[in-house]
Write a protein that binds this ligand. Structure first.
Ligand code: UDX
Ligand code: ADP
Length: 458
């Protein structure tokens, strides 16, 4: 017999790992994760989990079929649960008012109505996905406008995990944030959620706030992180013009304890499902309150991110004698960052498309993201290949472009790779992760972000 049943609606990058860690630490709770996508659920039930995340398999194998279950039967599990975490995706709206900027909340509203339809007792509903401020209030109105005489308490508990380090972030969070109403039932629900996390998180790291602050904090945390990336990327452009070295600048400013060393790595820009979406959302919310200047300020963070990618492509084309038409180019990395197979909003997408628009022929290698490559570049079929290993990707290529910071990219035998390439051979290291001096010695012309190029061509 379990003490309580926790349900999570949405078995994605957030819902899956989060529930696995909760189940691992709370064996007295039954944890069920449901999703409308039967393939995803089947993968969660198999030895081939739907997402790649270091350490995830071990956690899932400890808890699965003990107190962690995966199912497609959303309705019946809503009925039998006490606490429901909602972790469905909230993409940016593609139509109507706020298209391209506001969050598309249709999945959310449907989920709220589905919860209501299938409940005969009151429940705690927890927002896990990142949502615009006041979504919890809207959800509460839908849920509590019922004639069943039951009460729902809606809380906000944003997830701050980053992909590639999800398990570490969940096991040792910087903080757990829970937003609740300051009412009797709100406080009671808050205690129930605190109790879950207190199984493995020190009490002082569990902080509480009102619901709106919690929702807003999540958007703001992502906006601040993305802003640091855009800020350092603007400086990388300046470094390239002035012969300063971005790595030296990052190091120097990062040692100021008020600035700190993290998120100061210049590169081809940020990707991932959160940053762009959340900033545009924040900007949209600000604008809808008439705060145009605030909105413009944050939009710039996204604009600089696109600029950085366009700039990188311009450098590639210009360096390669102003044409890449019909040249084979190897793209190392397609995931939006290392240690994940996720390609959503990856800078590699726009880089690949721009180069293919210039008629380059791409051979793409990524250790974990092969599936995403074909999906993201479906409109460009015939202009690229997905390779099983980096050596065949680079064979006969004029250039190698590094778009993701996978550690393994630094460990290849670049001497052998160089010998199989067309000459002059170029490397464009969009993540500044390779040993540039060694590559230059081998014979490559090496282009880096925020540092002068090491060119053999004068
Ligand atoms: C982010 C937040 O970090 C996390 O707290 C939130 O829950 C979800 O969004 P995620 O998108 O998974 O996580 O990865 P993150 O490590 O933040 O990286 C985002 C992007 O920024 C990546 O494309 C990464 O390569 C890039 N980045 C990050 C840089 O270019 N430079 C840096 O210094 C750091
Ligand atoms: P995130 O990165 O926020 O976790 P994902 O896209 O990885 O986002 O996961 C969201 C999951 O939610 C997907 O697997 C999707 O199938 C699921 N989902 C979306 N809408 C519903 C719904 N109404 N009921 C159940 N699952 C849903």
């Amino acid at each position: 017999m379990f003490k309580k049943t926790i349900l999570c609606i949405g078995a994605g990058y957030v819902g899956g790992p989060t529930m696995a860690v909760i189940a691992k630490h709370c064996p007295e709770y039954k944890v069920v994760v449901v999703d409308i996508n039967p393939r995803r659920i089947a993968q969660w039930q198999s030895d081939n989990l739907p997402i790649y995340e270091p350490g995830l398999d071990e956690v899932v194998y400890i808890a699965r079929d003990r107190n962690l279950f995966f199912s497609t039967d959303v309705d019946s599990h809503i009925a039998s649960s006490d606490i429901i975490f909602v972790s469905v995706n909230t993409p940016t709206k593609t139509f109507g008012q706020g298209a391209g900027r506001a969050a598309d909340l249709q999945h959310w509203e449907k989920t709220a109505r589905q919860i209501l339809r299938n409940s005969s007792s009151g429940k705690i509903v927890v927002e896990k996905s990142t949502l615009p401020v006041r979504t919890a209030a809207a959800m509460e109105r839908i849920l509590n406008s019922n004639d069943k005489g039951i009460h729902f308490e809606v809380l906000s508990n944003p997830e701050f995990l980053a992909e590639g380090s999800a398990i570490k972030d969940l096991e040792q969070p910087d903080r757990i944030l829970i937003g609740a109403r300051n009412t009797e039932s709100g406080k009671k629900a808050l205690e129930e959620i605190i109790e879950i996390y207190a199984h493995w998180t020190p009490k002082e790291k569990i902080i509480t706030s009102n619901v709106w602050s919690s929702e807003l904090s999540k958007l703001v945390a992502n906006a601040f992180l993305a802003q640091r990336v855009s800020s350092i990327n603007t400086i990388s452009a300046l470094c390239e013009k002035t012969n300063a070295d971005i790595e030296e600048v990052s190091r120097a400013i990062g040692m100021d304890s008020r600035i700190g060393p993290k998120f100061l790595k210049a590169g081809v820009g940020f990707g991932g499902s959160c940053f762009k979406k959340d900033i545009l959302n924040l900007a949209y919310i600000a604008e809808s309150y008439g705060l145009t200047e605030v909105s413009r300020y944050w939009e710039q963070v996204v604009e600089i991110n696109s600029y950085q990618q366009e700039r990188f492509v311009r450098i590639i084309v210009t360096s390669m004698f102003n044409t890449v038409a019909e040249k084979k180019i190897a793209l190392f990395g397609f995931a939006f960052k290392a240690d994940t197979g996720d390609t959503r909003e990856s800078p590699a997408i726009s880089i690949a498309k721009s180069l293919m628009n210039e008629r380059a022929i791409l051979s793409i290698y990524d250790p974990k993201a092969s599936e995403g490559i074909a999906f993201e570049l479906a409109d460009y079929a015939g202009r690229f290949t997905v390779e099983e290993d980096p050596y065949s990707a680079a064979q006969g290529a004029h250039a190698i472009i590094v778009a993701t910071d996978w550690t393994e990219f630094g460990s290849y035998d670049y001497q052998s790779i160089y010998e199989t390439m067309e000459k002059p051979a170029f490397i464009f290291d969009g993540r500044n992760i390779l040993d540039h001096h060694k590559l230059f010695k081998i014979g490559f012309s090496v282009h880096r972000i925020g540092r002068p190029p090491m060119s053999r061509l004068g």
